[in-house]
Design a protein around this ligand. Sequence first.
Ligand code: SF4
Length: 308
Amino acid sequence: MINAKRGIPTCPVGCMYCMAQKIDIRLDYWKDVSRIGMNKSCTFFNRLPQDPPLSQMNLPWNLLEGEYLGFQGITDCFWDIFKEDLKYIVEKVKNSNIRKLCLISKIPIDDEQINILLPIKEKLIICYSITGLNDLEKTTSEERIDSLVKIRSFGIDAFPVIHPYIHGYCDIEKIMRLLNKNNFKDVNWKGFRYNQNNMKVLEKYIKKDILEQYIGNGKEEEILIGDDYLNRLANKYKIKFWDLKEYLHKEDKYNKLIVNCEQQEYIKKIKIQVGELAKQCVFSTSAKKTDVIENCINRRIANVEFNI
Ligand code: SF4
């Protein structure tokens, strides 16, 4: 379904606060330009439903050595229209030095998707947004926790991300209790981007004084309220907070890269690749572009063994 007013297709989750449709700055980034983005965590490829399949898009797979790759499809990576894209990405990741593939979803995973992803299970992190906002979304946080449990049972790294967190509306203690009951030890949380003009529907569900806290400077910044409360609950339920970037880059035997050249040669090659890639990227983050590029180089040269 295409949202005629916004021009971005509506994904089946239909979040009333949809970041793809209702946040103007996000929409502006992706409307006509590149489908490649870079942030402090990863390089990511996007595809809008009306775009050609990823296999027919001219993406720079040759510039991703040692990289962490994200695919969210601007909408949701587990929307079933993206199954062929998932197959294509898995082949690319399997046969390359891409370090990890990171997927973030709100759509419960099905058996076919799990089978597609299993060949790269050691190079994979699947995050589910666990929001506690069932009235505002067409899939529930409980279904997403079930998906995390299922994914984990196949030995895939399954990571809950409380995003967006709306303080005073989301029953976050219930979410933490559920995560603890299902033996999750790690979590990330992030705030909420609010556009009062595009999200009028939220006023039917969330009290005005809660929504007003998220207006901030009116520039749709992500605002996190209640961080202390979240930390107290995480401690109570024995769950560790991780910065998403640190969780993704945590060094383990699976993301160690073995390369057949000298260190200086590898670093030189990575700098050239990142420079080339940066020319094709959208920088959709508030961080400085130079910092994002430096970060990209550093994560690619970390945890490398030189086999010469
Ligand atoms: S899952 Fe993402 S893309 Fe889909 S409706 Fe929700 S915010 Fe929008």
